[in-house]
Design a protein around this ligand. Structure first.
Ligand code: NAI
Length: 385
């Protein structure tokens, strides 16, 4: 099947590489010829590096390179079986593009890599929304295993099955989830940032100590503040605000003033030389206070908030417990699935901790998921195997 990719930026170029490496002819289209040239040069560089490292043969590299054609004209999508769109995150612009592509193609799946728009709203812009679906890759697409697959209310069973089997054949870990804000990963991961910021705002610990607690005590690959500095505070803040609004201002997802002020001040993170930390050759940063008791309290507080999000996503049928665990371990490299973690900690322990915070703060943000209560009452655990 010939694959079309619209948008040759960070995500589009990566997705085109994945499809081409898996033997598909790929048409990569962008409005901007400079971006297309850059994608072409980058793909050659990546292939050369993989050959040097002995990961692929010279022949495989050549095949991947010749599988991709570059174009500024969407009419070249004519005989594609699927188009994966990865252009600017703007409903109006995406809708226009989908409308045009639908006129050019026949019996072609129209997939969007959107992070924050609803698939139903994109589907509503075309004549045959049964063929529209979400496929959410993670950055960098060739390296990250996870792809969230999101059927909208209008998507046909056939479109879902074909899309899932295609992306499974690209050796990706696919999880099917409901068309709701943040899908799985960007929803369940909110407390990793939000609760860390809240702990800082309460004056319980500084950035370095919270990061130390999550990495050294908790086993996460990166602490929340280091990670936010990588992602960019502007980008991370926008995702949080989008999810918050999309959930009709559920206080669980409330953005943080600390992050907003950092963003407003231009302390965006690595890319601006300063975020929560200073970057550069002569940067001096505060050391964490390595108080183990404090570290455990911080880690546990953030962990139970993450678990509560994961439990609530099961409660609301966003995806199965197993899929949610797969999503968090493959999409954001969590050291363990959150629901497996909950089983190990004991669901009653998680519930007690959340209930204690709810009682102490009196804030809806800390309300335990009804499913957690129900499962504790019945003595059940999550089925994650
Ligand atoms: P990007 O800005 O790197 O690339 C977007 C590309 O689309 C640009 O090259 C631009 O020239 C092109 N473009 C814009 N309008 C176009 C049109 N009408 N026709 C053809 N080309 C057009 O953006 P990025 O980061 O690759 O994001 C693309 C999509 O993927 C967005 O929907 C974003 O939300 C989503 N996404 C981004 C992730 C990330 O980490 N960057 C992760 C997962 C999803």
């Amino acid at each position: 099947m010939k694959v079309g990719v619209l948008g040759a930026g960070t995500m589009g170029a990566g997705i085109a590489q994945v499809a081409a490496q898996n033997g598909h002819k790929v048409v990569l289209v962008d409005l901007n010829s400079g971006i297309l040239e850059n994608a072409r040069t980058q793909l050659r560089k990546i292939m050369d590096r993989l050959v040097e490292k002995g990961r692929i043969t010279g022949e495989e590299a050549e095949n991947t390179i010749t599988n991709v054609t570059y174009s500024e004209d969407i009419h070249d999508f004519k005989d594609c079986g699927i188009i994966i769109e990865a252009i600017i995150e703007d409903l109006e612009i995406k809708s226009q593009a989908f409308k045009q592509i639908e006129q050019i193609t026949t019996n072609c799946i129209l997939a969007s890599n959107t992070s924050s728009l609803s698939i139903a709203s994109i589907g509503a812009s075309v004549e045959n929304p049964a063929m529209v679906i979400g496929v959410h890759f993670f950055n960098p697409a060739p390296l990250m295993k996870l792809v969230e697959i999101i059927p909208a209310v209008q998507t046909s069973e056939e479109t879902l099955n074909q899309t899932k089997s295609l992306i499974d054949s690209w050796k990706k870990t696919t999880v099917v989830c409901k068309d709701t804000p943040g899908f799985i990963v960007n929803r369940v991961a909110r407390p990793f940032y939000g609760e860390a910021l809240r702990i800082y705002e309460e004056g319980i610990a500084d950035f370095a100590t919270i990061d130390w607690a999550m990495t050294e005590v908790g086993g996460f690959r990166m602490g929340p503040f280091t990670l936010m500095d990588y992602i960019g505070n502007d980008v991370n803040y926008t995702v949080t605000e989008t999810v918050f609004k999309a959930f009709y201002y559920d206080p669980r997802y409330k953005p943080s003033f600390t992050q907003k002020r950092h963003s407003e001040a231009g302390y965006l993170g690595r890319k601006s030389g300063r975020g929560y930390y200073f970057y550069g050759d002569d940067a001096v940063n505060a050391e964490p206070s390595k108080d183990l008791l404090l570290g455990e309290q911080i880690f546990e507080r953030i962990l139970v908030m993450l678990i509560n999000e994961a439990v609530d996503a099961v409660f609301l049928n966003i995806a199965s417990a197993k899929e949610i665990d797969l999503a968090m371990t493959n999409g954001v490299n969590y050291p363990k699935g959150l629901l497996k973690w909950a089983n190990e900690l004991g669901l009653d322990h998680v519930l007690n901790k959340l209930q204690a915070m709810f009682d102490e703060y009196g804030e809806d943000r800390y309300r335990p998921s009804p499913l957690l209560r129900r499962m504790v009452a019945k003595g059940e655990i999550f089925n994650v195997s």
